[in-house]
Design a protein around this ligand. Structure first.
Ligand SMILES: [Zn+2]
Ligand SMILES: [Zn+2]
Length: 344
């Protein structure tokens, strides 16, 4: 059995584990950088001090800032499809299909698939009295807290054919869920992002250029920090678990490798000792005082003991024949097999 098949299980575990470990490390470093940036981000009010504050930063841009204000559309707001009294600035319509699907292990489990999603948005500002900040690219926000305006589930009543089809295909329909979510105008939210001022003096908040996320949330800075801290801690625990698995798997591979090398070395020594023993026994059994014609053509010490085939030459002792495998030393013909020769 070669070494790879001996450690196949460990290698497989190590491969999958490293992949998960890589994702965890990546997520953890992202989480840490967001946490770091958010901790340093100033909390500013939308009032006359904002213009003074923004001047302290280069290019009139604060890289990451926390601002709270009321949502106010710049033009006509979007009206809800399901409740005409509700208006907002961001609307998301989703249709989800609920199915019971058979897993590869043979169990049936509930699954949801989004089959349709539409997002609409209209320009809006965060407002506080006479001061306001425009929010750009709201749909790019990593966290966009919206109110659920409508959530309907239409169950499907399957017929006999559906049951039979479901049994063979492994998917049974349960129903369709239609959901409408909106960021309503007048809601009080926290925007976290890059704050800058245009030449015309208009303030705007948008997704930061250095890859940090834009948040539009009903949560406060401290609760968001708490959430990020707990997800960082969770990722650290995962990192320790998967790191330990990787260490154990690597150690096992290393242990098996060393064990295999030691075993090979022992086998080699054993083989050498056996060959030496055979050689010595042969030397004892050999006749002494042989004529030159009877001696091996290579070492001219031991008697001729081996016949080479197909040429048929008896010209080697057993010790020398072990090292000569290609051609007969007398006629140069290719050696196909050897056999002991008994000359009496
Ligand atoms: Zn010899
Ligand atoms: Zn020969």
């Amino acid at each position: 059995m070669d070494f790879l098949s001996e450690v196949l299980g460990e290698t497989l575990i190590l491969g999958i584990d490293s992949l998960i470990l890589g994702i965890c490390v990546n997520q953890l470093s992202k989480c840490k950088s967001i946490l770091n940036a958010l901790q340093k981000a100033p909390v500013l009010d939308i009032d006359h001090t904002l213009n003074k504050e923004i001047k302290k930063y280069p290019n009139d841009t604060i890289p990451y800032v926390v601002i709270r204000g009321l949502v106010k559309p710049l033009g006509n707001p979007i009206t809800s499809n399901y409740n005409h009294n509700v208006t907002g600035v961001v609307q998301r319509l989703t249709i989800k299909e609920h199915v019971i699907a058979r897993t590869s292990a043979g169990f049936w489990s509930d699954q949801t698939r989004t089959i349709h999603e539409v997002c609409n948005s209209t320009p809006f500002v965060l407002n506080n009295g006479q001061y306001e900040i425009e929010v750009l690219d709201a749909l790019a926000a990593q966290l966009l807290d919206m109110d659920v305006i409508s959530d309907k589930f239409e169950p499907m009543t399957p017929g006999v054919i559906d049951h039979v089809w479901g049994f063979f295909s492994g998917i049974r329909q349960r129903g369709l869920q239609t959901m409408e979510e909106m960021l309503r105008d007048g809601s009080y939210i926290t925007a976290i992002g890059e704050l800058s001022r245009t030449h015309s003096g208009q303030l705007k908040i948008q997704p930061p250029k250095d890859g940090l996320p834009l948040y539009l949330t009903t949560a406060t800075k401290s609760s968001l920090l708490q959430k990020l801290t707990s997800s960082r801690d969770f990722l650290r625990v995962l990192l320790i678990i998967f790191g330990s698995v990787a260490t154990v798997a690597s150690c096992r591979i290393a242990y098996k490798y060393i064990k295999r090398r030691r075993r090979k070395a022992e086998e080699e020594t054993m083989k050498r000792q056996l060959a030496q023993g055979r050689k010595e026994r042969r030397a004892h059994a050999r006749e002494k005082n042989l004529s030159e014609v009877q001696l091996c053509v290579v070492c001219t010490e031991n008697p001729k003991e081996i016949i080479l085939l197909p040429c048929g030459h008896v010209c080697l002792c057993q010790d020398c024949s072990e090292n000569i495998t290609d051609n007969c030393p007398v006629c140069r013909e290719k050696i196909q097999s050897k056999a002991p020769a008994f000359i009496t």
